[in-house]
Design a protein around this ligand. Structure first.
Ligand code: BGC
Length: 828
C-alpha cells in the first residue's frame, strides 16, 4: 500500500483511523491514500459482510472437530482454505481462530474452540494461523482471554488464580505468540480479576507486548470497547465496529485534559496503519469459490475429525451391501453444519448423512427406509423448502423494506430483498435510504404443506412481528409486553407458537409484518443493541412422539441394522447463551434406548460441538461422534462408517457422564457478575485424573479399525523429545495419534498428575512398524511461580509417558529426564 505510516500518523486527526468505519471495515483515509481493510467471521468459514442475504461460503468442521483431528498438517491446509475463502469475500483479516478453553461442557460457544488442553489448542492454532497467513490474510486469535462462558459475557468478572490464567487460559495465546505471531489479536468482553481485559494495561501492553514481545494489532470484540481513555492507554488499537462510539471525543482528551498522551494515541494509530499496510492486495468484492479441491479437503477434514467412541461388536466398518437398513433420527436428513452465532454462514451446499448414505446404498442395491423418531429442534425448523416467492419464481420469499408502518398512506418501498429461509438477522444490514432508527418489513411467501394435519408455527423476534396465514393473524408478537428468550444473541423473544389445520399440497399466503429493533419491548439483555434486529419463523406438522418412536423401533427391528443420527444444533449451542441442559433434546434419549432394545445392531451417530449425557451409553455397542461437520458432514460420516476413512480422531476434551461431574460445575455461569475459576489448573482431564474419577470418555480417546502398539524407545537427556516405535498390529492400514504426557515426579508444588506436552500423527501400513520422534514442549517442566511472578523450570525428575489416550491404562512410561537446577524466566 502506497502511504507512509509516519506521515499519516503526523498529519491525520486523532480519531481518524483507530475506530472502524462500519461493521466490518477499518477507516479509509482517502487524502493519505490509506485504503479500508475488511474483517470477516468466523472460526469455521468466511461469511462476508452480511449476516442476512450474504454470499455463500465454504463451511469447514467446527473448532472441537478440528481439535479432534490432532493433525497439525491438516490444520495448516484448513487455514490455507480459509485464507482463500477470505480473499474470495474481499476480506484481509480473518476473525479467528477461537482459542478459549472448554472448562465446562455447558459453554454456548464451546464448539468454536479446539480443546480443553492448552498445548493441543495452541499447537493446532499455530498451524491454522500459519495456513491462513500464508495467503496474505491476517489472522485474529480470539477472545483474549477467558471468554469461556456466554452468561453475562460482557459483565462477568473472572476470578482466577494467576497460575491457572498463565498455565491454562493464556497458554494457547502464548504458544501462538511464540510460534506464529499472527497480525491481529481480539480482546474478550469479560473482566479478569476486576478489570475488563479491554482496559487492562497489564494484559495488553504488559503481557502481550512487553512480556511476549508480540506486537499485533489489538482490536476490541464487537462493541467490546467500554471506555475512551482506559482502552487506549491499555494498548487497544482499534475499536470495532465503527463509527466512533467510545472514541468519538478522543481529541478533547489529548488537547485539554491530557488523560492520554499524544505519543500513546500515535502508537495506536501507527499499529492500525501498519496492519493496513501489511494487508494483502485483495479485490474487495464478495463472491463464491467452491472449487472441487476445496470440497475434497473439506471432506477429508470432516472424515478425520470423527471419533469412534465405541465399536464393541465390530459392527463398523459397515458391510457395503445389506438387504434393508433403517435410517433413523433428527439429524439424518437435516444439514447440521455449525453451531450458532457469529460462526454461522450461508453454505455453498450441504450433504446430509441420509444423502451420503443413499449414494452408497443405491449403488449396492440396499433398501433403505427413514423414520425421524423424535425431532431435535429447540425452535421449530426455519421455513425454507416449503416456501416460494409470491410470483412462484423461486424457492423462498420476498421482504419489502419501508420507513413507515403498514397502513400508512403513500407508503414508499425502500428496497426488496429475496430470502431463502425465514431467518432474517439485520445486525449488519445496510441500505442508504433506510431509516435505521426505525423501519418495517413486510415478508411474503407462499407456503405449501407437505402433509395434512395440525401445523405449528413458531416466531422469535428482536423487534416486533405479526404472522398471518391467508390474512388471518396466527401469531401476535406486537401487542403484549415481550419477554427475553435465547435467539439473536440473547435479544430475541422466546418462541411464540400459533397453530392451524392445513391440507397437504394446498397453497397458503404467508405474511410477516416486522417492526425493527426499536419497536422491541423485551428486556434489553444479551449483546448490545445490534442494528435493525431480526426474526425467524419455523413450522412443523405436529407429531405424536409416542407414535413416531414406535414406528422407528418397528423399522429398526425389521432391518439388518439401523443407523440413528441425532444430537444438538445451532439453537442449542449458540453464541450469546450457554447451554441450558446437559441432556439431548427432550425424548431423544428415550428414542435411542428403545431403538437399541429393538435392534442391537444400531450405530448411534451423534452431532454436537461439546459433550452431552448418554444415559444409554452402556446399551449402545457402537457410538460415533461427528461434531458439526461443515458442508461435507454427511460424506465425512459415511466415509468413516464404511471404512473408506480409517478413523484416527481423538477427543480433544473429556466427556463426563453427567454435568455434575465436570470440574466447573460449582463455579459455572455468572453469579451477580462474577465467576470463580475454582478448579484452578485442574481443568478437564487433569481434574478427572486428580479425583481418580474417570469421565465417561477420556481426553485423547478414540478408536481405529486397526490396532497399534506404541513402544517407547528413548527420551532425550534434556527432555526435548521422545522416540517411539508405532506398530500396526491389525489387518488394515491406519493412523495412530501418539500422545506424550509429562508427570512431574518430585515437584514441591501440587501439579496435575500428567499434562500433554507433545503429540504426533503417524500412518502405518498393516503389519508394519515406524519409528518417530515427538518433540516435547519446554513448558513440560515448568509452572507459573506465583510468588516470583515468573515461569519456573523446577528442578527434579520428570517422567515421560506415551500412548493413545490420557488414561493411565493407555500409557507407557518411556523414560524420564532430570532438571538439575531451578531457573526462572519471563517471556516465551
Ligand atoms: C463475537 C466475535 C465476532 C464478532 C463479529 C462478536 O459478538 O464475540 O467472535 O468475531 O462478534 O461478529
Amino acid at each position: 500500500m502506497t502511504f507512509d505510516v509516519e506521515e499519516v500518523v503526523k498529519n491525520a486527526t486523532n480519531v481518524e483511523n483507530i475506530v472502524g468505519a462500519d461493521f466490518w471495515h477499518t477507516a479509509e483515509l482517502e487524502r493519505f491514500n490509506v485504503p479500508r481493510v475488511r474483517c470477516s467471521d468466523g472460526p469455521n468459514g468466511i461469511r462476508g459482510t452480511r449476516f442476512f442475504g450474504g454470499v455463500s461460503a465454504a463451511c469447514i468442521p467446527c473448532g472441537t472437530a478440528l481439535g479432534a483431528t490432532w493433525d497439525k498438517e491438516l490444520l495448516y491446509r484448513a487455514g490455507e482454505l480459509l485464507g482463500q475463502e477470505c480473499i474470495s469475500k474481499g476480506a484481509h483479516c480473518w476473525l479467528g481462530p477461537t482459542i478459549n478453553i472448554q472448562r465446562s461442557p455447558m459453554g454456548g460457544r464451546g464448539f468454536e474452540s479446539y480443546s480443553e488442553d492448552p498445548h493441543l489448542s495452541g499447537t493446532l492454532a499455530v498451524n491454522i494461523v500459519k495456513g491462513v497467513e500464508s495467503t496474505g490474510v491476517q489472522a485474529t486469535p480470539k477472545h483474549f482471554v477467558c471468554n469461556d462462558q456466554e452468561h453475562e459475557r460482557r459483565a462477568v468478572n473472572t476470578i482466577i488464580p494467576e497460575r491457572a490464567l498463565r498455565e491454562v487460559y493464556l497458554r494457547p495465546f502464548q504458544i501462538l505468540a511464540r510460534d506464529a505471531a499472527p497480525g491481529v489479536l481480539m480482546t474478550s468482553y469479560n473482566k479478569i480479576n476486576g478489570l475488563h481485559v479491554a482496559h487492562d494495561p497489564r494484559m495488553i501492553n504488559g503481557i502481550v507486548r512487553e512480556e511476549w514481545g508480540w506486537d499485533p494489532l489489538v482490536m476490541s470484540d464487537w462493541h467490546g470497547t467500554y471506555s475512551t481513555t482506559e482502552a487506549v492507554n491499555a494498548g487497544m488499537d482499534l475499536e470495532m465496529p465503527g463509527g466512533p462510539k467510545m472514541r468519538g471525543r478522543l481529541g478533547d482528551f489529548v488537547q485539554s485534559s491530557r488523560l492520554i498522551k499524544q505519543s500513546v494515541l500515535d502508537q495506536r494509530a501507527r499499529r492500525v496503519l501498519q496492519f493496513v499496510k501489511r494487508a494483502a492486495k485483495v479485490e474487495m468484492k464478495e463472491g463464491p469459490r467452491d472449487l472441487p479441491e476445496d470440497r475434497a479437503l473439506n471432506r477429508e477434514i470432516a472424515g478425520k475429525s470423527i471419533v469412534v467412541l465405541k465399536n464393541d461388536i465390530n459392527l463398523l466398518p459397515l458391510p457395503k451391501k445389506a438387504k434393508k437398513v433403517a435410517l433413523i433420527g433428527s439429524h439424518m436428513r437435516l444439514p447440521v453444519i455449525t453451531g450458532g452465532g457469529s460462526a454461522v454462514l450461508n453454505p455453498y451446499y450441504t450433504v446430509t448423512l441420509s444423502e451420503a448414505l443413499s449414494e452408497r446404498y443405491s449403488a449396492s442395491g440396499t433398501e433403505i427406509a427413514h423414520e425421524v423418531g423424535v425431532p431435535a429442534y429447540r425452535m421449530l425448523p426455519q421455513l425454507s423448502k416449503l416456501i416460494q416467492r409470491p410470483d412462484r419464481s423461486a424457492q423462498g420469499g420476498i421482504m419489502s423494506f419501508y420507513n413507515s408502518p403498514p397502513g400508512t398512506t403513500d407508503r414508499k418501498l425502500v428496497v426488496e430483498e429475496h430470502f431463502q429461509r425465514a431467518y432474517c438477522q439485520l445486525m449488519d444490514y445496510k441500505h442508504p435510504d433506510l431509516n435505521f432508527e426505525l423501519f418495517y418489513i413486510t415478508a411474503e411467501a407462499i407456503f405449501t404443506p407437505d402433509e395434512s394435519g395440525t401445523w405449528d408455527f413458531g416466531l422469535s423476534v428482536y423487534g416486533t412481528a405479526n404472522v398471518y396465514l391467508d390474512d388471518e393473524l396466527i401469531i401476535d408478537e406486537t401487542t403484549e409486553k415481550q419477554k427475553a428468550g435465547g435467539a439473536f444473541f440473547g435479544k430475541g423473544t422466546p418462541e411464540k407458537i400459533g397453530s392451524k389445520e392445513l391440507q397437504e399440497g394446498k397453497e397458503y399466503k404467508l405474511r410477516i409484518e416486522f417492526g425493527s429493533s426499536a419497536t422491541s419491548t423485551s428486556p434489553q439483555i444479551g449483546v448490545t443493541t445490534f442494528g435493525g434486529g431480526g426474526f425467524q419463523l419455523g413450522a412443523a406438522r405436529r407429531v405424536d412422539s409416542a407414535v413416531s418412536i414406535d414406528r422407528a423401533c418397528k423399522l429398526a427391528q425389521n432391518a439388518d441394522y439401523a443407523i440413528l443420527c441425532t444430537g444438538l444444533n445451532a439453537e442449542w449451542e449458540c453464541e450469546g447463551t450457554d447451554r441450558l441442559m446437559y441432556n439431548l433434546p427432550p425424548r431423544i434419549d428415550e428414542l435411542i434406548t428403545r431403538v437399541l432394545a429393538a435392534q442391537p445392531n444400531t450405530v448411534i451417530v451423534t452431532q454436537a460441538g461439546t459433550p452431552f449425557a448418554m444415559p444409554w451409553q452402556k446399551d449402545a455397542q457402537t457410538i460415533v461422534h461427528a461434531w458439526y461437520g461443515g458442508n461435507e458432514a454427511g460424506h465425512g460420516i459415511a466415509d468413516v462408517l464404511f471404512g473408506d476413512v480409517n478413523p484416527s480422531a481423538r477427543l480433544p476434551l473429556s466427556w463426563p457422564a453427567t454435568e455434575k461431574e465436570n470440574p466447573a460445575y460449582l463455579n459455572w455461569g455468572s453469579t451477580q457478575g462474577r465467576v470463580m475459576y475454582g478448579e484452578d489448573v485442574f481443568v478437564g482431564y487433569k481434574f478427572y485424573d486428580e479425583m481418580e474419577r474417570p469421565p465417561m470418555f477420556a481426553f485423547g480417546h478414540g478408536l481405529s479399525y486397526t490396532t497399534f502398539e506404541i513402544k517407547p524407545l528413548a527420551v532425550s537427556e534434556t527432555g526435548d523429545k521422545v522416540s517411539v516405535e508405532v506398530k500396526n498390529t491389525g489387518k488394515i492400514d491406519g493412523t495412530e495419534t501418539v500422545q506424550v504426557y509429562v508427570h512431574a515426579k518430585t515437584s514441591l508444588i501440587r501439579r496435575p498428575k500428567r499434562e500433554l506436552h507433545g503429540f504426533s500423527k503417524v500412518t502405518v501400513q498393516a503389519g508394519k512398524a515406524t519409528k518417530i520422534e515427538v518433540a516435547i514442549d519446554k513448558y513440560a517442566a515448568s509452572l507459573w511461580d506465583e510468588a516470583e511472578e515468573r515461569w519456573m523450570r523446577e528442578k527434579g525428575e520428570y517422567e515421560v509417558l506415551v500412548g493413545s489416550s490420557s488414561r493411565e491404562e493407555h500409557l507407557t512410561v518411556a523414560g524420564s529426564f532430570t532438571i538439575e537446577e531451578t531457573s526462572w524466566w519471563l517471556g516465551l
